[in-house]
Design a protein around this ligand. Structure first.
Ligand SMILES: C[S@@+](CC[C@H](N)C(=O)[O-])C[C@H]1O[C@@H](n2cnc3c(N)ncnc32)[C@H](O)[C@@H]1O
Length: 270
């Protein structure tokens, strides 16, 4: 298989990756046959997976606009993924000219493509780091240059925490990042769950197994378990809800039933 220019030498292009599978669901072009095969296999169990991803992106866009409307000028997006239509820096910087945006991802394709997209943008950057090591994010030169921790930050953990296993202490990682944030900061989060999926959990498990096979397990958590990530935050109305129910701009009745899988919420530090 030929290696395209956007694929760093360090990656094994015969192994599917979470970020490239997601890129495929969103209609992007930064994915390989192995990623498309894995995505199609998961879709045999959950045909609505692209709808779930689109609902996730739509929530993220509404939440960034919400943060911008409340005067937040700094965005720390951990697990930002391969840039696609409606990126956080485009949304934030068009709503708040001069908004600073820092992307973080541990996937080399996501990092390389973000670097390419951000070339020439002095107020947005990307760090190759891992959510499981919050200090690497907080002490990075890019964080020091772009994100002033004495002022409110919107911390985005959108569709990432379900890739962090309990053994890797996702609650500890979120707490460590949250403790570094100034009062008035926001936590913007989505998370996969068996709750709300319009097929029996046993069937959805087939899709979960695809991620297990690529050694990047998808951890389905209950609503209560997801709510615990917001410890120390006050929930912004309407709380932790299925994605289309979070401050919709049009009637959620129009949505595909799959869009109601998983949960989204925004919390604010006092
Ligand atoms: C499903 S994508 C979500 C992208 C974007 N946040 C969105 O919602 O559109 C998940 C991203 O999280 C990244 N990721 C997974 N585990 C990570 C970790 N421990 N540290 C940093 N990034 C991680 C993956 O590489 C991938 O790009």
């Amino acid at each position: 298989m030929e290696r395209p220019a956007w694929a760093p030498r360090s990656i094994d292009i015969s192994v599917p990756s979470v970020s490239r599978i997601y890129d495929y669901y969103l209609g992007g072009s930064h994915n390989f046959e192995v990623d498309r095969d894995a995505a199609r296999k998961a879709m045999e169990f959950l045909p609505g997976l692209p709808k779930i991803m689109q609902a996730n992106r739509a929530f993220m866009r509404r939440a960034v606009r919400f943060a911008a409307d409340r005067g937040i000028t700094q965005y720390l997006d951990v697990g930002s993924g391969i840039p696609t239509f409606g990126n956080v820096h485009e949304l934030a910087q068009s709503a708040v000219p001069g908004a600073h945006v820092l992307y973080v991802d541990n996937d080399p394709v996501a990092v390389a493509h973000s670097q390419a997209v951000l070339a020439g943008n002095d107020i947005a950057d990307v760090v190759a780091a891992d959510l499981r090591k919050p200090q690497e994010i907080l002490s990075s030169p890019q964080r020091e240059r772009l994100i002033d921790l004495n002022r409110p930050v919107a911390l985005l953990l959108v569709a990432i925490l379900h890739f962090v296993e309990d053994a890797d202490d996702p609650y500890g990682a979120v707490a460590e990042l949250s403790e570094a944030l100034a009062p008035g900061s926001l936590l913007i989060l989505t998370h996969a769950s068996y709750e709300g999926i319009p097929v029996p959990a046993e069937r959805a498990e087939g899709a979960v197994d695809v991620y297990k096979d690529i050694r990047n397990p998808l951890i389905m958590r209950s609503r209560d378990e997801i709510a615990r990530f917001f410890e120390g935050y006050d929930m912004v109305e309407p709380g932790l809800v299925p994605m289309p129910h979070w401050r919709p701009e049009s009637a959620p009745e129009d949505e595909d039933p799959f869009a109601f899988s998983g949960f989204a919420g925004v919390g604010r530090t006092a």
